[in-house]
Design a protein around this ligand. Structure first.
Ligand code: ADE
Length: 243
């Protein structure tokens, strides 16, 4: 997977990419990340990347020219390359979109700032607009990092343990079960005894039940789409009766 990020703040992206899971993937070459500073493609003495909106009004709009030229400078690694604009107006990002994007060879991510990007960029260069949630950030940089992180960890070889991303709650459409580690008693609170029993089948059943309980309590909407087994259905009926 290769990410090319177009931004006027490449350092914001660079510092995150130096650390953690994504940092290791970049170091190993499993994920390639290139940062393109849009300002390098601005013209004029001031190298402006934004200007006042036609028609008047508040704020500034990102100019089409610098973004267009920055985009032209990016090498396309193949037909499975995609240009994404991060914007609160975009399609809502979730685990299933992350999975879809992880099948691509290259994501070119454009981080907008100010009041938005000149509409002609959107109309001519963009394959998809993506929002990371119903709130407004100061720019697309954090959103691009969210996309890169969630997609990157699905790329084979990025997580040490191949199976671990598949075991995760959202992959199965459920919230995660509670986790405990040492010590056995913390502030008078004990680790549930089943987790100390060594009985793998009991532990599996307890975890599945707690996962379903949390999802039922906090995100019942997820249950509509989750892949539920007959055992899950039985557990859910019991949980609903209990409450
Ligand atoms: N830019 C500003 N807010 C955003 C959001 N919620 N998602 C993606 N890009 C953004």
């Amino acid at each position: 997977m290769r990410f090319d990020v177009l931004t006027i703040f490449p350092q914001m992206i660079a510092s995150y990419l130096n650390e953690g899971v994504l940092g290791r993937a970049v170091e190993r070459g499993t994920v390639e990340a290139r940062l393109v500073n849009i300002r390098d493609f601005a013209s004029g003495a001031h190298k402006n990347t934004d200007d006042r909106p036609y028609g008047g009004g508040e704020g500034m709009v990102m100019k089409a020219g610098p973004i267009y030229r920055a985009l032209e400078s990016v090498e396309r690694v193949g037909p499975r390359s995609m240009v994404i604009l991060l914007t609160p107006k975009g399609e809502r990002f979730d685990q299933s979109l992350a999975r879809e994007l992880a099948t691509r060879d290259q994501l070119i991510l454009i981080c907008g700032r100010y009041e938005g990007v000149d509409e002609r960029i959107r109309r001519t260069c963009i394959d998809m607009e993506v929002s990371v949630g119903d709130y407004v950030l100061s720019g697309g940089e954090l959103a691009a990092l969210v996309v890169m992180d969630a997609v990157g960890r699905l790329v084979p070889g990025v997580l040490g343990d191949e199976k671990s991303s598949q075991r995760e709650s959202f992959e199965q459409g459920l919230l995660d079960y509670p986790q405990y580690t040492r010590p056995r008693v913390f502030r008078g609170l004990e680790v549930p005894s089943v987790l100390l029993s060594g009985d793998h089948e009991k532990i599996r059943l307890w975890r599945r039940t707690e996962s379903l309980r949390r999802t039922l309590e906090r995100r019942p909407d997820l249950l509509q789409r989750a892949r539920l087994t007959p055992e899950d259905q039985a557990i859910l009926s019991r949980l609903k009766e209990e409450s």
